[in-house]
Design a binder for this molecule. Structure first.
Ligand SMILES: [Zn+2]
Length: 66
């Protein structure tokens, strides 16, 4: 749970384009779905939910500082 990710999204956000790369957006965890083993994150720019598959099979993770 609580896994963030950089996802490719089709929304416009020039700031995140410059930080993460063209069309790449920072995704906040959707804990409600991650609790069930679905690696889902919500685009911080447009709010779209990106389903990245199961929690165990995804490697594009950003370590959360805690
Ligand atoms: Zn987006």
């Amino acid at each position: 749970m609580n896994r963030t990710a950089i996802v490719v999204c089709d929304c416009r956000n020039e700031y995140q384009d410059s930080v993460y790369g063209k069309q790449h957006r920072f995704g906040n965890p959707v804990n409600r779905m991650q609790k069930d083993g679905v690696y889902a994150v919500r685009c911080t720019s447009c709010g779209k939910v990106h389903n990245l598959g199961s929690m165990s099979s995804v490697r594009h993770t950003v370590p959360s500082s805690r």
